[in-house]
Design a protein around this ligand. Structure first.
Ligand code: SF4
Length: 133
């Protein structure tokens, strides 16, 4: 029967967990140190997801980019689509932490949110800060 190995990342112990499967069906799971790890591996097998953290361009702010993240994990297969869509975005300061950047990324029904606030900075202030550097 085919098997697949996973490293559980639900705690620092990092157990190696083996899944025996037939098609889409899990037949046996072994090597986990606790129920949380068993659940983690079931999810990894059936519907692996990742929280995507990256940055987007922002105008009129102290920095040229602002960090953003998906609210929850998005399907691993959609990560490339999500990155492409996020790369098309350009925000304009001021922006508050937790602001919605994209409401429904790649049809996942999951929003992308800003991870910090950035206030608006005038062009004069930007020029002055460059001179000081
Ligand atoms: S299986 Fe349990 S003990 Fe092992 S890494 Fe995962 S959460 Fe930690």
């Amino acid at each position: 029967m085919p098997t697949e190995e996973y490293t559980c990342v639900a705690c620092p112990k990092g157990c190696t967990v083996e899944v025996e499967f037939e098609g889409d069906e899990i037949k046996d799971i072994s090597g986990y140190g606790c129920a949380k790890g068993k659940e983690y591996v079931k999810n990894e097998f059936h519907d692996p997801r990742r929280i995507l953290t990256t940055t987007v361009k922002i105008k009129n702010a102290k920095y040229p980019r602002i960090p953003v993240r998906t609210e929850t994990g998005v399907p691993k297969d959609e990560l490339d689509c999500c990155l492409d869509k996020i790369n098309e975005v350009e925000l304009e300061a001021p922006v508050e932490v937790g602001e919605v950047v994209i409401e429904d990324i790649c049809g996942t029904d999951i929003p992308v949110l800003t991870s910090r606030s950035l206030e608006r900075v005038s062009e004069d202030a930007k020029e002055k800060s460059k001179v000081q550097l």
